[in-house]
Design a protein around this ligand. Structure first.
Ligand SMILES: O=C(O)CCC(=O)C(=O)O
Length: 263
């Protein structure tokens, strides 16, 4: 795609992300492969859990278990939107399964994400600076609907200096919040959020799974050595098979590989 076309294509998404704190980018994973990638993710979640039980919770990075999904993480339109907010050099900070089983009950647990999650040790303090320091993406591998657990979000909350987990803010992370809505979209779409936006799991009263992966992107200069599941490494031979533009996003987690992309 020509650069001018690309910037015209992404402009409405970037504007919505800046003004509302979220947007949904459609057709990031093509329709003809999304179901098989959904299968890979669902099956590999079981493999990952088994492996982690046997070898330790931080033994291997989640992304190692879903190489076909990984191929899409440097999607040109998606990265152009993310780079418009974070700057040209970005890395992936966290990757996690977000599979909500049928009849999943948890109703709300509002929070902002790393580095603004006030329940984590490695958060920055309130008042948050007026800067985007993280982008959270939720990859929809099944449709997201209001019936199956489409993520709760509070539009514009990314610029609110209070926080649902702020001890002095009196909001309460379990409560329905004024202005809340559920983000919906068809499988293959990606929900992109300024990581400051207040968001939460939703219940899934349906009889089907709501399958997603959360992938968080960070600017190159942010310390990602958080200790824990997200610093788990990727075996070198798995990393070698990633496309070059995806290697750029994960090189800091590659095992037994000299840094080459960032050096
Ligand atoms: O799975 C969801 O809908 C929300 C996930 C979430 O809140 C998160 O990953 O921070």
């Amino acid at each position: 795609m020509l650069i001018d076309n690309l910037s015209d294509t992404i402009k409405p998404y970037v504007t919505q992300l800046r003004e509302e704190g979220w947007c949904v980018l459609e057709d990031v994973i093509p329709a003809d492969v999304v179901d098989s990638i959904c299968d890979e993710v669902e099956t590999s979640a079981e493999d990952y859990n088994r492996y982690s039980k046997e070898n330790g919770r931080w033994a291997r990075n989640v992304i190692s278990f879903m190489p076909r999904f990984a191929e899409h993480l440097a999607n040109e339109r998606l990265l152009a939107v993310i780079r418009a907010l974070l700057g040209p050099q970005v890395r992936i900070s966290q990757t996690e399964y977000k599979i909500r089983p049928p009849y999943y009950k948890l109703v709300r647990a509002y929070h902002s994400d790393f580095p603004y999650d006030l329940n984590q040790k490695w958060h920055i303090s309130q008042p948050f600076p007026s800067a985007v320091i993280g982008i959270t993406t939720l990859w929809m591998l099944t449709d997201f609907t209001t019936e199956n657990g489409g993520t709760w979000i509070v539009p514009k909350s990314h610029i609110d200096l209070r926080n649902p987990r702020g001890k002095e803010d009196g909001i309460g992370d379990r409560n329905p919040l004024s202005g809340e809505m559920q983000a919906t979209g068809s499988s293959g779409s990606v929900l992109i959020m300024d990581s400051r936006i207040w968001h939460s799991n939703a219940e899934n009263p349906s009889d089907g799974r709501r399958t997603a992966v959360v992938v968080r992107y960070a600017p190159w200069w942010l310390n990602l050595e958080l200790f824990g599941v997200n610093t788990a490494t990727i075996p070198g031979e798995t990393f070698d098979k990633f496309p070059d533009d995806v290697k750029l996003l994960y090189e800091h987690r590659a095992e037994d590989r000299e840094p080459s992309v960032w050096v």
